[in-house]
Design a protein around this ligand. Structure first.
Ligand code: ZN
Length: 449
């Protein structure tokens, strides 16, 4: 197996000999060399001379754009396997939120480090994180240290009825803190860190908070991120409280549009889908979490056919159990064939959703494609010599989507910075990340139970 190396001092490098899944408009998959300088891909050709840049041999490997995960909750990584057989609303209110509300800053950091380590090691380079009501600074700092391209924000839950103390807040304080965080983090770290205003849902955030978040997000070039139509049990609550569907309510608050990203979207009427489509709003498909929580299955093929903007996400690790984006896109690809349509979602389209489509939905026009002018967010897979990937040369995309494992990821660059090398995280010490997360998980659980 060829072993790429990159010296920390080198500013530019040429990745040589990999089979490159470019994800460009022609869908080119070919042996190509990539020149990376200043965090960007500056040249793509069959053969490139070093011209003073370091050469990194990658023969027998597949280079793909890093995955874009458009809905995560990194602080939930401490509660993987939180499976009590409770119905969705009870599980959320009585199990998940009390744990989340009890987190200290150190514990939130331990959770984020665990989540981000897993994301990078499995080849995800960009996330949109719902965060939590507290500790948002810690999440940005952790992303900065680990080298992830991170869009995140403070979750707003100013409808306080029945909420645990750690999540309760007033509308005024929630908005003031959101604006402070946006001013502190949006565009930092060479724009690898960006802010998203995050009213958590139509049931947990007030109309005033939604309106203000929609306005601030638009005025500041930030995203508006939330949940909608996750579980059928929410529908009567929405109708009772809002006297209309959730999406129609959001339209009335001026909260739909190309910078709005709504997770799940499983329970949507045709009218709601039309409103989302017409406004250019994105729905994030999160199949593993939806299945684990008994939410149902979003009608993804119909969404795509109708032109609705869609991205992929892993959602909460408390339900998903992990954040391996490859597992998620494989599930998305297989799940919709269960209705008998072999063309429901092709491997190439699934990969596009998890890369360039997701990036565009998050406002990142220069991410998700391996071509000149795009950011160097690259994942290198070990392909040769892997029994479960062979034979991979006839259709590398299909082999990756249906058969690749996180452990096949050899090297990951974000903005040209090597964050994983030979399968090892370069920006943190993995054993200490895992030990700290285990300790933090035990501490929170013992306090809350
Ligand atoms: Zn979520």
């Amino acid at each position: 197996m060829t072993k790429p190396r990159q010296s920390a001092a080198v500013s530019g490098f040429v990745l040589k000999g990999a089979t490159v899944v470019t994800n460009d408009d022609e869908g080119r998959v070919a042996p190509l060399d990539l020149r990376i300088r200043g965090g960007s891909i500056v040249e793509v050709k069959k053969k490139l001379a070093a011209k003073g840049d370091q050469e990194i041999p990658a023969h027998g490997m597949i280079a793909v754009p890093g995955l874009v995960n458009a809905h995560v909750h990194t602080v939930h990584a401490l509660w993987r396997g939180l499976d009590d057989g409770l119905d969705f609303l009870t599980w959320q209110r009585e199990r998940l939120w009390p744990l989340e509300g009890a987190l200290t800053a150190d514990e939130a950091e331990a959770a984020a480090r665990l989540a981000m380590a897993e994301l990078l090691l499995s080849g995800t380079t960009t996330v949109l994180d719902m965060g939590s009501v507290q500790h948002t600074d810690v999440l940005f700092q952790t992303a900065q240290k680990l080298g992830l391209r991170y869009i995140g924000g403070k979750a707003i839950m100013d409808q306080t009825q029945g909420l645990v103390a750690g999540l309760r807040e007033t509308t005024e304080s929630a908005l003031a803190e959101s604006v402070r965080l946006c001013e502190r983090w949006h565009g930092q770290n060479d724009a690898r860190l960006r802010y998203a205003f995050c009213p958590r849902s139509v049931l947990t955030a007030s109309a005033a908070a939604w309106r203000a978040c929609a306005h601030e997000a638009r005025a500041r070039g930030a995203l508006l991120h939330s949940h909608v139509g996750q579980h059928a049990d929410e529908l009567p609550l929405c109708e009772g409280r809002l006297q209309q569907s959730a999406v129609s309510y959001l339209r009335g608050l001026d909260a739909l549009g190309p910078n709005t990203v709504l997770a799940h979207g499983i329970w949507l009427s045709l009218d709601e889908r039309k409103l989302l489509h017409e406004s250019g709003t994105t729905v994030v498909h999160c199949p593993a979490t939806a299945l684990k929580l008994g939410c149902g299955v979003a009608r993804l093929p119909e969404y795509l056919q109708s032109g609705l903007r869609v991205a992929l996400g892993t959602a909460t690790p408390a339900a998903n159990d992990g954040q391996d984006g490859w597992r998620e896109l494989r599930l998305a690809c297989l799940l919709h064939r269960a209705r008998g349509d072999q063309n429901a979602l092709s491997p190439a389209k699934a990969l596009a959703l998890a890369t360039k489509d997701g990036a565009r939905a998050l406002g990142l026009a220069d991410v998700g494609v391996l071509a000149e002018g795009f950011r160097a967010d690259i994942v290198l897979f070990k392909a040769d010599g892997q029994a479960h990937l062979a034979p991979w040369k006839t259709d590398p995309v299909a082999r990756l989507v249906f058969a690749a494992r996180a452990s096949d990821v050899d090297t990951v660059w974000v903005d040209g910075r090597m964050v994983v090398s030979h399968g090892e995280l370069q920006t943190a010490t993995l054993p200490s990340v895992v030990t700290a997360a285990n300790r933090a998980a035990s501490r929170v659980r013992s306090r809350v139970s």
